[in-house]
Design a protein around this ligand. Sequence first.
Ligand code: CP
Ligand code: NVA
Length: 298
Amino acid sequence: MSVKHFLTLQDLASDELLSIIHRAIELKKNPSLATMQRNKTLGLIFEKSSTRTRVAFEVAMTQLGGASIFLSNADSQLGRGEPIEDSARVLSRMVDCVAIRTFGHEKLERFAQHSQVPVINALTDDFHPCQLLADMQTFIEHRGNISGKTVAWIGDGNNMCQSYINAADLFDFELKISCPEGFEPDVALTDKFAQRVSLSRDPKIAVSGADLVVTDVWASMGQEHEESQREASFSNFQVNRELMSLANTDALLMHCLPAHRGEEISAELLDAEDVVIWDEAENRMHSQKALLEYLLSQ
Ligand code: CP
Ligand code: NVA
């Protein structure tokens, strides 16, 4: 029997993704509608820090009547060098689903190849598909269908940007990326979805006509040593009031968080009354709950 994993958005079809998101919207309004997952356990293997993703998964499992077990490198044998394949074989004989946050995406893939239970990408260096579920839910809640809309990605061509490229294909929107030279997303990905994705050096060009503007930190987890050099390269890529004024008048602004006020996003925008970024963060829980309900019911 083949197991359904969620390693990138492309592991699910557009209609499956949309039904998870609509279910998340429904469960947010009425949590008692959830299909309970009593006696089910979610394993959480995190090799990088997390607030939202971890708490969202743990709270979701609690609300579904199941349990979760958190394993960091400091307290698992994985952290002492036990092969990922052996960890996958053993853990998947005990738990019902595993979410992994790690560095190399291929490590996640190797775990999934040896797992008997669904594996979820809780962020790798290359992709962050769970965040996209929450972002798409937030857009749909505030503005309706995202199909045919225009999204601007301002900043690093990182894991979030690459998941936005996948989302452009699956949710049918145009993605305008603006990043400094040397910080582009994987060219294989931009080539694959060239019909949906364009790249410019000028953030003003990218945000013009955008219905959604998205940004993220300039240095991701694991790139802390590059912070000062990146600050110089990205200095013209801050999303602020002036830049947002070039987007459509009802454009939304999103950020996966954590944010660096005064770097990729101005403090004024992040602290604005009408910002949807806190809804976006809350939606991590609703959308991951809907994802768990879906994968655990297969
Ligand atoms: N956005 C996000 O994934 O946040 P955490 O790193 O806190 O999980
Ligand atoms: N690009 C960021 C996202 C954090 C949720 C990182 O990988 O650190």
